[in-house]
Design a protein around this ligand. Structure first.
Ligand SMILES: [Zn+2]
Length: 282
């Protein structure tokens, strides 16, 4: 009898299956952890066919929706603090913008100021006061980047800045010297020019690897943001891999309501877990 039981325990594939089941249980438990969403916008004026350009009136509608539905919009620094302590309240949202386009000062900052919502803008420092020559193969003269006057003025009403590096290149493709320069130089500007002591980074194109993450940590950053969606940002999230939801020109108000609702994430995740459990048992 004993011999028979031992044979069953050691049959090939038993332990991998056990590990998979343990992973599924952990995934299931994680569905009920408190968490929050970080929104990632780019430009707002919608002068081109770029899917990352959100119409100004749509942005205003989305920010109004957050206020109407009583979402708690917090700054990134506060979000990192509450994440570490695990005291994340329901309906917590962080607003961020990548690339620092000049359209923000006309269309985003006044709306945020009106609702008294904080936000973080990630700047590619080589292009301050210039044009977008970093997003696509061809420069875009009709897409200017914020200048220092607008940047400094906006800090008076809750806009905080972070690093989007100096050159906005894919950090995973840089050698160690270039990588260190991109991170340390941009952090120095945040410190000296803007007087900051909380250092946030948005990986250009959302791209990074373990080496990049280690250099970001070593350079003294407090957090780093990429892209991602389901079950983003719980107490156990790696602070150098915080997930953001991209808000696109195609994001309707219904889509927006869905993607900021973390309860819907739980349903999607549980569905995924059940599907995978069925595969394991098949
Ligand atoms: Zn970018």
């Amino acid at each position: 009898m004993l011999k028979k039981r031992q044979n069953r325990s050691f049959r090939p594939g038993f332990y991998p299956k056990l590990l998979q089941i343990r992973r599924l249980i952990r995934g299931f438990i994680s569905c009920f952890r408190p968490r929050f969403k970080i929104l990632a916008y780019h430009s707002l004026n919608h002068v081109s066919r770029d899917p990352y350009e959100v119409k100004a009136e749509v942005f205003e509608e989305q920010i109004g929706f957050l206020a109407e539905e009583r979402y708690k919009v917090v700054g990134l620094e506060e979000a990192v603090r509450i994440m570490a302590k695990g005291i994340i309240r329901d309906k917590t949202v962080v607003i961020t913008f990548d690339d620092g386009f000049a359209s923000l000062s006309d269309f985003a900052f006044p709306v945020l100021k009106n609702f008294d919502f904080p936000a973080t803008v990630f700047l590619p420092f080589n292009y301050i006061g210039g044009i977008d020559a970093f997003s696509y193969d061809k420069p875009r003269p009709d897409m200017p980047v914020l200048g220092w006057a607008d940047i400094e003025d906006s800090t008076k009403y809750g806009i905080v800045y972070g690093s989007h590096t100096m050159s906005h290149r894919n950090l995973a493709e840089l050698d160690d010297t270039e990588l260190s320069f991109e991170l340390s130089e941009s952090k120095n500007i945040l410190k000296r020019r803007l007087g900051l002591d909380f250092y946030a980074l948005a990986y250009p194109f959302g791209m990074f690897d373990e080496r990049v993450k280690q250099v970001v940590r070593d350079a003294g950053y407090d957090c780093a943001l990429c892209f991602g969606n389901i079950l983003s940002n719980t107490k156990s999230t790696d602070v150098f891999e915080m997930k953001r939801e991209k808000i696109l020109n195609s994001t309707s108000l219904d889509d927006f309501a869905d993607l900021i609702d973390v309860r819907k994430d739980s349903i999607r995740k549980i569905r995924d877990i059940i599907r995978r459990a069925l595969i394991i048992n098949a």
